[in-house]
Design a protein around this ligand. Structure first.
Ligand code: AGP
Length: 607
């Protein structure tokens, strides 16, 4: 969602701020702005794309050696220029990610002190509060430290003031903020991608930290105000991984990167076998205690968890429940401390998933594992165990390579739990490792189906609705397919377990309703075939993703695309590919914004 950048340098920082904001665009936003200090405060804000704000900044000749910038995804107050960040109070300028929960009471208090408000945002409260304390403290760092003590809620902020133009202050609580360390120049950002053009040396701030950045160095203070050292790391995210290269869209690039993303993720498993060591130092001790698994996640990550339920119960013979994080966190759940809480999140920042984890911990769940794609993000840091997928940066809002690598992580978890519980014979372990070894190649074969899928996309493009059907372990792939087509093509799609069709949704089926079926040759294929007959008998047009071993042919109203062979237990990973490609090409045919679908954000850091 929102993004923060900040810089202090001997050079003009406007280009850095704007480049950083462009790299944060993928997170989702509806307005953007920068403020730089020269003789005064030069602020430029625009509703719409960063490019529009960039053009305005160039036209106005904005320049300065210290500045902050922001992409805003509206929460408090509409999408308007006055609500766009940065927000100014006298000589103080602030950008903010997160939500200040006590903004109403602070707003009243500040009004009583004589402050007036120009926006509807909670952020303006922070600007006034820092300005207020700057009068009493006389120093920006101390003013920020005083102000943040009075904020309830979540925040990452960047603050500058013309009173001290040689200083940039950052602070965080509940939202990510990192420092980029350059040579004679320093940076803040909410996401590492926004500093990589300047430096790969980064320092992740901890909860409650306040940081003072100057040209010649950086000082960090913890939540009690004590000076503290935070580890400096070399980011392993490459700038090239954030570029489009020869592709037209990040989603297209990320779909095609899957064989490599999977091979990179699988590499660690093939090296170590199904060993607890894959999940972190304490994992032997933690995983041996596990009597069941509770998975918590949102969106596509929830569907990955839904596939894993089948694997964990079938392979590890452990009970497994999967729940949408935003539901779990408000439910009066009955805790079983012997259950492993598994959170799944590409970004590691999703607020609902983070809060669900905290809620589980408050109920006495001490055994926790995070499956995540972003190192050092909040959710893995709050978990005892972690498995990092190696998908690389995922920029497209629609998750693709993160999903399939999450499936590999979850399959590995199922097999590891099985091994620890004495439920996996040496032959089975060998077979599962071999299946993983073959997987990138099978996914490449599925990608090669693209020319066959394009004509289907053209037939889909004029439709208003679609049904997706699957059974067993492939039912979540139908759900993922329906989500993918909804989010990037805006075609209304619903997924059903195919056996459920006759209990209601069959009433929707007519000649206008395309029905996508995931029908590989697994133990439920005959059942799926019967469900397909039910659709055909009502005039519904079937688009079936099968494999060479599912023996049925094309006929009138039944179109079939086959993967080269059935890959056994990992078949859901392979069948995720055609539904991704169908969505991508349908979006192209409809002319929608593939990478930045309307109303959506990549990292959902608000409720
Ligand atoms: C996926 O295509 C979606 N954009 C969305 O459902 C996403 O998977 C969800 O918001 C969870 O994100 P996370 O994996 O970063 O926690």
């Amino acid at each position: 969602m929102c993004g923060i950048v900040g810089a202090i340098a001997q050079r003009d920082v406007v280009a850095h701020l704007i480049d950083g904001l462009k790299r944060l665009e993928y997170r989702g936003y509806d307005s953007s702005g920068i403020a730089v200090l020269n003789d005064g405060i030069h602020r430029v804000r625009r509703v719409g794309r960063v490019a529009e704000m960039e053009a305005a900044a160039a036209e106005e000749g904005a320049h300065g050696h210290v500045g902050i910038g922001h992409t805003r995804w509206a929460t408090h107050g509409g999408v308007t220029e006055p609500n766009a960040h940065p927000h100014v109070s006298g000589d103080v300028v602030v950008v903010h990610n997160g939500i200040i929960e006590n903004h109403e009471s602070q707003r009243q208090r500040l009004r009583d002190l004589g402050y007036t408000f120009e926006s509807q945002t909670d952020t303006e409260v922070i600007a006034h509060l820092v300005h207020h304390y700057l009068q009493t403290e006389g120093e920006l760092l101390a003013a920020v430290q005083r102000a943040v003590r009075e904020l309830d809620g979540a925040y990452a902020i960047g603050v500058v003031s013309t009173r001290q133009p040689d200083l940039l202050v950052g602070a965080r609580m509940g939202c990510p903020l990192l420092v980029g360390l350059g040579e004679g120049e320093n940076f803040i950002a909410s996401d590492v991608s926004a500093v990589l053009a300047a430096t790969r040396r980064v320092m992740f701030l901890e909860e409650g930290d306040v940081v003072a950045l100057r040209l010649d160095g950086v000082q960090v203070f913890d939540r009690d105000g004590a000076a503290i050292e935070r580890a400096v790391r070399l980011s392993d995210v490459s700038l090239a991984s954030l570029e489009l290269g020869p592709y037209n869209h990040f989603m297209q690039k990320e779909i095609h990167e899957q064989p490599k993303a999977l091979a990179d993720t699988i590499e660690q498993v093939l090296e170590q076998g199904f060993s607890p060591a894959l999940f972190g130092d304490e994992s032997g001790e933690v995983l041996r205690q596990v009597e069941g698994v509770q998975i918590l996640a949102c969106g596509t990550s929830f569907y990955a968890g839904s596939v894993a339920k089948y694997w964990i119960e079938r392979i590890a013979k452990l009970p497994c429940t999967v729940e949408i994080a935003s539901e779990y966190r408000y439910r009066e759940a009955v805790a079983n401390p012997k259950y492993l809480i598994v959170t799944i999140s590409q970004s590691g920042e999703t607020l609902d998933t983070m809060e669900a984890l905290k809620y589980a911990q408050s109920l006495g769940h001490d055994l926790s594992l995070s499956i995540c794609n972003v190192r050092e993000s909040a959710i893995p840091r709050a978990s005892r165990l972690v498995f990092y997928t190696r998908a690389g940066a995922e920029i497209g809002v629609a998750s693709t390579k993160a999903f399939t690598t999450q499936l590999v992580a979850l399959f590995t978890l199922a097999a590891t739990l099985a091994k620890l519980g004495g439920k996996l014979s040496a032959d089975e372990e060998h077979a599962h490792l071999d299946a993983l070894r073959q997987l990138p190649g099978s996914v490449q074969h599925a990608l090669n189906l693209e020319p066959q899928i394009k004509p289907w996309a053209d037939r889909f493009a004029p439709k208003h609705h679609a049904l997706y059907l699957g059974r067993g372990v492939h039912y979540p792939i139908a759900m993922e397919g329906a989500l993918k087509i909804k989010e990037i093509t805006y075609i209304h799609a619903e997924a059903y377990a195919a056996g459920e069709l006759k209990h209601g949704p069959l009433a929707l089926v007519d000649e206008e309703m395309p029905v996508v079926v995931i029908a590989p040759n697994d133990s439920l294929l005959e059942k799926v075939k019967s469900n397909m007959q039910e659709v055909r008998a009502r005039g519904g047009e079937l688009f079936v993703f099968a494999d060479l071993d599912s023996h049925f042919g094309e006929s009138d109203g039944v179109h079939v695309i086959r993967t080269p062979r059935h890959v056994g237990v990992l078949s859901p990973v392979v069948h995720a590919i055609p539904v991704q490609l169908l969505s991508y090409h349908t979006a192209l045919a409809r002319g929608t914004d593939v990478d930045k679908p309307r109303n959506l954000a990549k990292s959902v850091t608000v409720e």
